[in-house]
Design a protein around this ligand. Structure first.
Ligand code: ACO
Length: 399
């Protein structure tokens, strides 16, 4: 016998909503999405305007504080973040415990989770100063940690952050400079593209990883543990792992003439077209529009003629005109283009999701701060039990 689920559903205040298709788990003033119209606003400002006229650290200030900064506030914020980019020296040693061939996301998840063991001077979630300094520490240190994950994986020495460079430049410097190359210069076109990728990934309301951060945070868990939980959730190929999966898929398809064959596999549901589709956007992803422009700019500026890009464009063209995709409202999402840009910048595929996590850290911590700034309840979803009714235990010799 099993419980009749109709009885449970008939009870008051009980909804069954797998995948949270229609359940709001919180109130938020940070980000607004209208999936049907392809609108994304941060604190009311359209993402395309922010991507064109602002920069990542200004968007970080906006997400964290609710308003755009004045020039003085911006200067102070940039200085504060810049002053916190170094990590505790013992973190270098912590890296040594990981295998060099580990996936950088695995290492990042472990290192960020361990930050509470290095910065335990400010872990009281009820103390507003502790919460604020933790937000700054996370935004400031996450590029350093991300670059360390890369350097560790390729066996190169870690590069210390440089305070004379901006956020994106400093990240590219820590990724690609080596100590012997004293004249290393960051390409400004690549730094601008990197800053834009960060901006376009900064927040996206209650996606799987942000919801994970809020759920973990609702127990009062320390913020570094919550962000590590967010990083773990982001890693999945249906979420932040998609940018890496797009490039793998392009590799597997191989050439433009194989696209029709691949599309047949998509339609018979053998494979998914990675970088397409979105739970909320059922028209277009406004981030994908800006990302495509950046993609064109970067490839033109670098003079790259990439056969993978040609393949990606062919896939896009076919999918946008195919009734299978049109009927299901499947459009390219932000990850479809970001992977191509990251590749052009010279970032290895295994680092793609690390970069997404870097950029999204400010969104996660903004939601965590918002949750802690007013009363909240521990997140505790219910379930629809469909197992056995109560029955008596059968001793081992009677089974
Ligand atoms: N390729 C082929 N078919 C797809 C795809 C895809 N990428 N995405 C959805 N579909 C199909 C489904 O098979 C389903 O078809 P059906 O109606 O015949 O059963 C229909 O479209 C609806 O799809 P759902 O799975 O119900 O959509 P859901 O909202 O649950 O999933 C998701 C959204 C997870 C993003 C999905 O589109 C997907 O897996 N896309 C590929 C991975 C990806 O690019 N993820 C990045 C998301 S953006 C981000 O995280 C920043």
């Amino acid at each position: 016998d099993v419980i009749d689920v109709k009885d449970i559903l008939a009870k008051d205040h009980f909804t069954f909503d797998p995948g949270f298709m229609a359940t709001a788990a919180c109130e938020s003033k940070i980000t607004y999405i209208d999936g049907d119209q392809g609108i994304l606003l941060h604190r009311g400002y359209p993402i395309a305007q922010l991507a064109d006229q602002s920069d990542y650290l200004e968007v970080c200030y906006l997400l964290l504080n609710g308003e755009l900064p004045t020039s003085e506030q911006k200067e102070e914020f940039v200085k504060l973040v810049t002053n916190h980019t170094m990590v505790h020296d013992q973190i270098r040693k912590f890296f040594d415990g990981f295998r060099r061939d580990a996936h950088p996301m695995a290492v990042m998840c472990g290192v960020v989770g361990a930050l509470s063991a290095f910065y335990h001077d400010a872990l009281d979630v009820n103390n507003v100063d502790h919460r604020n300094i933790t937000a700054i520490r996370l935004v400031a240190k996450i590029p350093t940690i991300a670059a360390m994950c890369y350097k560790y994986s390729v066996g190169q020495p870690f590069m210390y952050p440089r305070n004379d460079l901006n956020y994106a430049e400093n990240f590219l410097y820590m990724m690609f400079a080596v100590p012997a190359d004293v004249d290393y210069k960051v390409n400004p076109i690549l730094a601008k593209a990197m800053d834009r990728i960060f901006t376009l990934h900064a927040d996206h309301e209650q996606n799987a990883s942000t919801s994970t951060v809020r759920l973990a945070g609702s127990t009062g868990a320390n913020p570094y543990a919550c962000i590590a939980a967010g990083i773990a959730a982001l890693w999945g190929p249906a979420h932040g792992g998609a940018n890496e999966a797009v490039l793998k898929m392009l590799d597997e398809i191989g050439s433009v003439d194989k696209v029709p064959e691949f599309m047949e596999k998509v339609k018979t549901k053998e494979v998914k077209l990675m970088g397409f589709g979105h739970r909320v956007y059922k028209n277009f992803d406004p981030r994908a529009k800006v990302m495509k422009e950046t993609c064109d700019e970067v490839l033109a500026a670098l003079g790259i003629n990439d056969p993978q890009l040609e393949l990606a464009m062919k896939l896009e063209e076919i999918a946008l005109n195919d009734p299978y995709f049109v009927d299901r409202k499947l459009y390219p999402n932000v990850d479809f283009y970001s992977g191509i840009i990251l590749k052009a910048i010279g970032i290895p595929t295994s680092m793609f999701t690390v970069i997404f996590a870097l950029a999204r850290t400010v969104g996660w911590i903004s939601h965590w701060l918002e949750m802690h700034s007013s009363a909240y309840k521990i997140g505790r979803p219910r379930q629809l039990y469909t197992g056995s009714l109560q029955r008596d235990f059968t001793p081992l010799d009677k089974r």
